[in-house]
Design a protein around this ligand. Structure first.
Ligand code: NAD
Ligand code: UFG
Length: 331
């Protein structure tokens, strides 16, 4: 298939492009490089030894998107392009609602106009809000704690309504848990802007000496050791999950959790990183971070049953590959 990957130069998108190319598909990337660099596209080609067509466009720009659909035979779309900084979304909500909703509307309109029936959407475990774990796909979605999360809830709703009105569409909504790690080449990985908000990039920057010590946000949660529990998934497993979802799409909307199904605490992840890489990570316990929940992990039985997909890589491999990328990375 010939797949249009929006946000394909970004963290998850770039790893998914590799998985798509390795599975024999062709890739067209559309990215405005707001949160990524053009050299990522070159690195994808270097890793796979395959060519990619790419367009530097904003996918909220309907005319630019339509030109891509008009000039290429597209069989499916994977829509990663989105803004994802939770904290920033509370300060600039309109920027988030505009970018994430309009891009989704523009792309689905183009799909309908050009008869492209396969659509895969990047959603997030954040849509579950503070439900009790494990999260499963049929749960009622509770209020999320930030505008970013609300954009994902709203896009899911838009896609579900569009699929009802357009029965030839096949849509997969993939709810990611916490992707970490990097491609084993060390050439591509997660490059946060400024001081990282997320745990793994913070740990790797402490390991590199760029940051002094990790701040652990609270050790008084009702969890195994008091620190927050998340479902970490290797970004390559996540990437492969997209290929499987795309190849097995049938009409209608299908929602899948993409996680490992296992919870890991902050302290457990720190220990795994230290063990995997033989590096000590200094840390201090500080107050809870507002908006954080105690535990977040997936029930993965639906995706295993319906798509035969399960995450294969363990936390040790995630820590090893995240550090390998950070070690090699130069600005
Ligand atoms: P990322 O920022 O690395 O990648 C997103 C890419 O989209 C970037 O290359 C950016 O330049 C591009 N982009 C953003 N808005 C655009 C626009 N209007 N037009 C064109 N390009 C645009 O983020 P990521 O971690 O790879 O996340 C990909 C998707 O997965 C996002 O939709 C995100 O919300 C979702 N998601 C991410 C996580 C996570 O922890 N990383 C978790 C759940 C869901
Ligand atoms: N944490 C720390 N110190 C840090 C950073 C994080 O202790 O410096 C803790 C958090 O309190 C939490 C855990 O590490 O317990 C994970 O935090 P992250 O910020 O890495 O991830 P979150 O689960 O908070 O959120 C991420 C994305 C969201 C997405 C969600 C679910 O940032 O966009 O995963 O996929 F919605």
């Amino acid at each position: 298939m010939n797949i249009l990957v929006t946000g394909g130069a970004g963290y998850i998108g770039s790893h998914t492009c590799i998985a798509l190319l390795e599975a024999g598909h062709s890739v067209i990337i559309a990215d405005n490089f707001y949160n990524s660099k053009p050299k990522n596209v070159e690195k994808i080609m270097e890793i796979t030894n395959k060519t990619i067509t790419f367009y530097e466009i904003d996918v909220t720009n309907a005319a630019a998107v339509e030109r891509i659909f008009g000039n290429n035979q597209i069989d499916g779309v994977i829509h990663f392009a989105g803004l994802k900084a939770v904290g920033e979304s509370t300060k600039k909500p309109l920027k988030y609602y505009y970018n994430n909703l309009v891009s989704t509307i523009v792309l689905t309109k183009a799909c309908i106009k050009y008869g492209v029936n396969r659509f895969v959407f990047s959603s997030s475990a954040t849509v579950y809000g503070d439900n009790s774990v494990p999260f499963f796909e049929t749960m009622n979605l509770l209020q999320t704690t930030n505008p970013y999360g609300e954009t994902k809830v709203m896009c899911e709703r838009i896609l579900s309504d569009v699929a009802i009105a357009n029965p030839s569409l096949s849509i997969a909504i993939l709810r990611y848990f916490n992707p970490i790690g990097a491609h084993e080449s060390g050439l591509i990985g997660e490059v946060p802007n400024g001081i990282p908000n997320n745990l793994m990039p913070y740990i790797t920057q402490v390991a590199k000496g760029k940051l002094e010590k990790l701040k652990i946000y609270g050790n008084d949660y009702p969890t195994i050791d008091g620190t927050g529990v998340r479902d970490y998934i290797h970004v390559l497993d996540l990437a492969e999950g997209h290929v499987v979802a795309l190849e097995n799409l049938t009409n209608g909307v299908h929602i899948y959790n993409l996680g490992s199904g296992k919870g890991t605490s902050v302290l457990e992840l720190v220990k795994a990183f230290e063990h995997a890489n033989d590096i000590e990570i200094p840390y201090e316990i500080v107050d809870r971070r507002p908006g954080d929940i105690a535990e977040c992990y997936a029930d993965v039985s639906k995706v295993e049953r319906e798509l035969g997909w399960a995450a294969k890589r363990n936390v040790y491999e995630m820590c090893r590959d995240a550090w390998w990328f950070e070690r090699n990375y130069k600005e």
